[in-house]
Structures are given as structure tokens and as C-alpha cells.
Design a protein around this ligand. Structure first.
Ligand code: SIN
Length: 294
């Protein structure tokens, strides 16, 4: 088949039309989606009706699924599916993670040595207002950087720490298991990568986990990152998604960051998410190594 798609808001996000993701997709469709995804890091599939198995089965076509360190957010029925929700069970315990607060610009899994950089988020229940999610295209942002900043950041490694991410969370989301702590030591990733399909360079950033730039002092590293975040998150590089029930978004964390707006804690929001190990042949997959203490 030849996929039908349209750019959203004249941005890098692209809506794929006419696919019923609850049905098995043939290899040609998956190849066409892969080609589209290399150029449009956010793909939107509207009007879906997916079980957890169907969400997981579609996601698996792009790579093996990761069971993230947030085992406390995993669906009891299908643990590769994470629940992103402010809902609570009968014992008043959150059924998933990330509550109702604002979530700052970040890239999922940037704190992992081998980040699983693909993600899919599917909307089941939504507040009437708030809770929109925005993405920034870090490839376009890199291309637009002034030469001074390009030179300053190329060849540098950022230090990424899950401890910083946890400090920005609310309530029980701040608490992780001993096993999760062991799996998330501070690590380093290059701050600039080249996409293997398009050849375009892209920044790799996460304002919620980056604690410094290797080889730079604390103040100069922080000020370089601050300048880059400010430039990279300009409106011309972003797409804001106002969710409808049944939307499923597939994105590549290798060259995007995303953020979420807060919403009314009394409203209900239920999203289901998969996390996908993408291949280096087709995607930017940052190669991590352990950060050495300064
Ligand atoms: C996330 O940041 O991974 C969740 C985004 C959202 O809840 O919209």
C-alpha cells in the first residue's frame, strides 16, 4: 500500500491516515512507516481502538519492547505496557505514573546506558482542558543553531542522571526500587548525533536529567546547556498535540524532546505507553557509557 499522510500544523509531526492499528500490518506498510518516521519523528494515528496486546503488537513491529525501570507503572495484564495516569485504585494507590503535573522538556530513557528510544502513547481518557503534549525537533533545532553554539556543543558529552529526573516528580513517583537505582547510575551520551537514514545532525538533550557537560566546569556547562535549551525549544521547532480519545502517537526520542502541560487533578486522564528498542541502522540511538565522577 501507499501510505496516506499529512503534515500537522506545517510541522515535523505527521498524521498517518486510514490505518487500523488493531489489525496486523503487512511488511510493506511497516517499511513505509519506517521511511516516514525517519523524516517525521512524531507520527499521529487518530481514531484507534486498541487493546494492550494490540498496542504492544504494533509497537513490536519497530523493535523489541523494553520493560522500563518503572515496574510500578507497568500494566498488570501486559507489563511491557506502561500506564501514564492520575487515576487511583480502590486502595487510593496510583494505577500508573506521572500524575497530573507539568512535565518539563525531556527525552524518555536518556538516563539509561542503552536507551530504548522509540515510544508510543495511546489516549483512553482525557481531561477537558490541559494535558496537551508538545514535541521539539532537535534536528531542525541543531540546523538552526548559530555556528558559535554548534561548535560549542559538537563533540561534547552530557552527563545524564535519573536522580535529577526523580526530583522533578510528584509524590510516590519520586520513589524507586533498589533494583531501579542499580540500573540507573549517572551516564554520559554525546550531545550531537547523525541520523543514519537522513544524514541530518541532531541534538540529544533532556532538561530533566542533564546535570552537566563532561570536561566543562559546573557553571560553564550549565550555561551552555541553558543557552541550547532556550534556542532549541523555540516555537518554530515544536509541535503541540491536543489529544483526542483514540489518538496513538509514535515518536523517536533520538532526536526529539517532549513536555506535558498540567491538568486538573480532579479530571481523569489515562494513557498507555510502550517503549521500543530501535535499531542503530535506522535510528539515532545514543551510545551511553558510565560517567566518571569529577
Ligand atoms: C511522557 O512524558 O512520557 C508522558 C507525556 C504525557 O503524559 O502526555
Amino acid at each position: 500500500m501507499l501510505l496516506k499522510s499529512r503534515a500537522l500544523d506545517n510541522s515535523f509531526a505527521c498524521e498517518v491516515l486510514g490505518l487500523r492499528l488493531w489489525e496486523p500490518q503487512d511488511d510493506q506498510t511497516i517499511d513505509e512507516l519506517r521511511a516516514l518516521w525517519a523524516r517525521h519523528p512524531v507520527l499521529v494515528f487518530g481514531r484507534q481502538a486498541l487493546s494492550e496486546d494490540e498496542l504492544a503488537n504494533f509497537s513490536t513491529r519497530f523493535g523489541p519492547l523494553e520493560r522500563t525501570v518503572r515496574t510500578d507503572w507497568a500494566s498488570p495484564a501486559r507489563p511491557e505496557v506502561g500506564l501514564i495516569s492520575n487515576l487511583k485504585d480502590a486502595q487510593a494507590k496510583p494505577i500508573g505514573g506521572l500524575g497530573d503535573g507539568e512535565i518539563q522538556w525531556h527525552s524518555d530513557q536518556s538516563y539509561m546506558l542503552n536507551p530504548a528510544t522509540g515510544a508510543m502513547l495511546y489516549a483512553l481518557e482525557l481531561p477537558l482542558e490541559g494535558g496537551a503534549t508538545s514535541w521539539v525537533d532537535l534536528s531542525a533545532a541543531f540546523a538552526g543553531l548559530p555556528d558559535r553554539l554548534k561548535h560549542a556543543v559538537e563533540g561534547k558529552h552530557g552527563i545524564f542522571s535519573y536522580i535529577k529526573r526523580l526530583a522533578g516528580y510528584q509524590g510516590v513517583d519520586r520513589v524507586i526500587s533498589e533494583e531501579a537505582k542499580q540500573k540507573t547510575p549517572p551516564i554520559r551520551h554525546p550531545l550531537v548525533h547523525t541520523h543514519p537514514i537522513t544524514g541530518r545532525k541532531a541534538l540529544y538533550l533532556d532538561s530533566t536529567t542533564t546535570v552537566g557537560v563532561e570536561g566543562m566546569g559546573e557553571a560553564s556547562g550549565a550555561s551552555l546547556l541553558e543557552e541550547i535549551y532556550e534556542f532549541a525549544t523555540r516555537p518554530e521547532f515544536t509541535y503541540c498535540h491536543h489529544w483526542q480519545i483514540g489518538d496513538a502517537l509514535l515518536w523517536d526520542n533520538g532526536f526529539t524532546m517532549h513536555r506535558r502541560e498540567p491538568f486538573d487533578p480532579l479530571a481523569r486522564r489515562l494513557m498507555k505507553r510502550t517503549t521500543i528498542f530501535l535499531s542503530r541502522e535506522r535510528h539515532i540511538v545514543p551510545e551511553g557509557s558510565l560517567a566518571v565522577a569529577a
